[in-house]
Ligand binder design. Sequence first.
Ligand SMILES: [Zn+2]
Length: 155
Amino acid sequence: MKPSSPCPCGKAKPYAECCGVFHKGLAEAPDAESLMRSRYSAFAVGDIDYLVRTLHADHDDLTMPEADLRESLRRSARSHKYMELTILDREAPDAQGISHVLFMAKVFENGRNLSFVELSTFAHDGVGWRYLSGTSRPAPPKPSDLQTMRIASFA
Ligand SMILES: [Zn+2]
């Protein structure tokens, strides 16, 4: 990814001034939505270290050996095309410091549409926002169906 290319997360900013700042470790993502965007971008640019680093210590994926986790992330990053990210809904952190983001990721693998909607849960670990868990389902076939999707009605 060229530093001047548009950021894969969909913000109208060059990669180097958007998620690239977080990938390089120059700053922590300031909120759950920014972390979510930067993780999507990390898949798009193949930054496996960032994907591992931003998993919350309690995330299920950390129960597998790290080499397996890295291989599985590498495989997804390499074989999938990350076309577009749409944030559908987000919530400010609750009293426990948990924050939710609902998004649609437009993803293709060899022309096969693997797009999905996911409700992600994030928590701050004292250093930065981290990805705790997610529930996903295939994206609805009609884009207009996305407009009514909200966190409260997703579960
Ligand atoms: Zn970005």
